[in-house]
Design a protein around this ligand. Structure first.
Ligand code: BGC
Length: 318
């Protein structure tokens, strides 16, 4: 009996020892395996905290959460193309998994976007395209077409005769130049319409007020003003109010809350509405698709909507 107990204890001891060893090996194997790391992508906006770009950022952040990617949203505090390019270079140097960038100026951005592509970093353009670059896809408005819509609104509001002043967001931003080009192409079809001044607001509401006031001072015969970036019409409205020019028709871009309020009040006649939240979300989903081996469309245009103060469409305003 005693011998049986000794043999039992011996084998039981061996069993406990082996199972401890197995557990140890299993733990080591688990530790050696790298934990699944989310893809790290970067979104480079035109200006951090700008209400339009905040909508783009919100869309991108929500999509990244849903697609289990880590997104870093960066941009200059005050709009600066040079700083945007530096941020793009930094993202390439830190070998992120994917980049979404506003391709503000094809000539300046193309060599840097191409460097990202050569390093194997998939890069998408958003809001403004750099069409000659090796970007995988562009997500945003067809800016020339949107400019033509702005032009048609000017025609509709003036009946084809009037003196026009225009504010654009920036002279180096191709989306703004394309919108201006689209607008001009419509206006040029009407003998009675004349563009007398074009100035840049540097996507700043304060600067838009200043530029619009200077324009009205220089051309008191202006009857209609159009703005091609998100805060331009609001700047025009402030300037017109401060100069008691409630006779001026105003047409703008985008649907920031203050713009919609002004359309509701009839102070801004119409606005061409883009889809910044959709742009942010869609570009992140496209990167997800790329990572899972799908091929991407080269261009995804966002739909544009018109909201006019005197049309039934205004009924959709909350
Ligand atoms: C444009 C953006 C710009 C924003 C700011 C938008 O209409 O699409 O490129 O940054 O306005 O005002």
């Amino acid at each position: 009996m005693g011998l049986v107990m000794i043999v039992f204890c011996f084998f039981f001891g061996r069993f406990v020892h082996s199972s401890q060893e197995i557990q140890l090996i299993a733990r080591q194997l688990k530790e050696d395996q790298p934990a699944r790391v989310n893809r790290h992508i970067v979104l480079i906006v035109q200006e951090l905290g700008h209400p339009y770009w905040q909508l783009v950022a919100n869309g991108a952040a929500e999509a990244a959460r849903a697609d289990q990617m880590d997104i870093e949203i960066v941009g200059p505090v005050h709009h600066s193309m040079e700083e945007q390019i530096q941020l793009l270079e930094k993202a390439i140097a830190s070998r992120v998994d994917g980049i979404i960038v506003q391709g503000l100026n094809d000539e300046k951005f193309t060599p840097v976007i191409n460097r990202a592509a050569e390093k194997g970093i998939p890069t998408l353009t958003i809001d403004t395209d750099a069409p000659t670059s090796k970007r995988l896809a562009y997500v945003g408005t067809d800016n020339k077409a949107a400019g033509r819509i702005l032009g048609q609104l000017v025609v509709r509001k003036t009946g084809g005769s009037g003196t026009i002043g225009i504010l654009i967001g920036s002279e180096s931003a191709e989306n703004q130049l394309q919108r201006l080009q689209g607008l001009r192409s419509i206006v040029s079809e009407y003998k009675g319409l004349r563009i007398v001044d074009v100035r840049a607001s540097n996507i700043s509401a304060m600067e838009a007020i200043q530029q619009a006031a200077d324009m009205l001072q220089a051309h008191p015969d202006i009857t209609i003003m159009a703005g091609t970036s998100a805060t331009d019409a609001l700047g025009i409205l402030q300037a017109a109010k401060s100069m008691n020019r409630s006779d001026i028709a105003i047409i703008g871009f985008d649907d920031l809350e203050e713009t919609l309020d002004a359309v509701r009040q009839g102070e801004i006649d119409a606005t061409v509405v883009q889809q910044p939240f959709w742009m942010g979300a869609t570009s992140v989903h496209l990167l997800r698709d790329y990572f899972s081996g799908k091929s991407l469309p080269s261009t995804l245009h966002a739909q544009v909507e018109i909201i006019e103060s005197n049309s039934p469409d205004t009924g959709r305003l909350p």
